[in-house]
Design a protein around this ligand. Structure first.
Ligand code: 6AU
Length: 279
């Protein structure tokens, strides 16, 4: 379990984007990532605009948004509006793309197509199932991003999370060796892999390892949904299991008082962290 503060890890994390995220978490006192699985682009921007002070990260699924011909926003207009909100309110953007193909294919999916994910998402994620080429294919795109003349290094720094575990019922991540092989793959690519999607701490802190772990399947009002999602509380995830970031979707945007509920998740996630580092 990490007893180190977010602030001290913000000085030493091996990736630029990891240091940047940890410093946002520390200065805004929030380890809450808002996951926003609604399908209207304008609604996404409205919700993010309202909840921005409470969050360190917004997690998108760009491919569930609908952009009909009469849509008030094009895809680039949407991503540029989201990027402006991120700059203004000091949070990062995580596109939950869960890449899962060979390196050559994912490089096109990440850098091109209609979404151009690498241009606007600071963080994305991938399955380790296809082997290490997936990391190399994504990193090639990230490394080729141009830095704007007045930009900061973190503006175009990119990071990858590997899926080490999932929250859904009956997932196959416990099959022998899968999780340890995923960790080994991350260890060989430390300048791009910043951490994991997992249910709790990953890696060996005594060996100086520092992975940022983000945990989905967090809800304080429900234990699951009808399609296999399984929920835990912020206290369990952050304090008991040593994760760093809670990812919350329907628990927040499905509630009547979104701002009040987001504040409750922020406070509980933050207190769970403070209790962990003091323990
Ligand atoms: O809070 P929810 O249940 O409304 O949304 C959870 C979000 C969804 C999922 O695609 C995502 O978290 N997710 C992931 C991620 C982040 O990779 C992995 C996982 O194991 N479980 C999960 O729910 O947008």
């Amino acid at each position: 379990m990490s007893a180190q503060s977010y602030a001290s890890r913000a000085e030493t994390h091996p990736t630029v984007i990891g240091r940047h995220l940890l410093s946002i978490i520390s200065s805004k006192r929030t380890n809450l990532c808002l996951s926003i699985d609604v399908t209207s682009p304008t609604k996404v921007l409205d919700i993010v605009g309202t909840l921005a002070p409470k969050i360190c990260l917004v997690k998108t699924h760009i491919d569930i948004l609908t952009f009909p011909p009469d849509s008030p926003l094009s895809i680039p207009e949407f991503t540029s509006a989201l990027s402006s909100l991120a700059k203004e309110h000091n949070f990062l953007i995580f596109e939950d793309r869960k890449f899962a193909d060979i390196g050559n294919t994912v490089s096109h999916q990440y850098g091109g197509g209609i979404y151009r994910i690498a241009d606007w998402a600071h963080i994305t994620n991938a399955h380790s199932l296809p082997g290490e080429g997936i990391i190399q294919g994504l990193q090639k795109v990230a490394d080729a991003l141009p830095l704007s003349p007045q930009g900061q290094p973190e503006d175009t720094a990119r990071g990858l999370l590997l899926l080490e575990e999932m929250s859904s019922a009956g997932n196959l991540f416990n099959s022998s060796g899968y999780r340890s092989s995923t960790l080994e793959m991350a260890r060989r690519n430390k300048n791009f892999v910043m951490g994991f999607i997992a249910m709790g701490k990953v890696g060996d802190e005594k060996e100086g390892e520092d992975w940022i772990v983000m945990t989905p399947g967090v809800n304080i009002a429900s234990t699951g949904d009808a399609l296999g999602q399984q929920y835990k509380t912020p206290e369990y995830v952050i304090r008991e299991r040593g994760s760093d970031v809670i990812i919350v979707g329907r628990g927040i945007y499905g509630s009547e008082d979104m701002l009040g509920t987001a504040e409750e998740y922020r406070r509980r996630g933050w207190e769970a962290y403070e209790n962990r580092i003091k323990a």
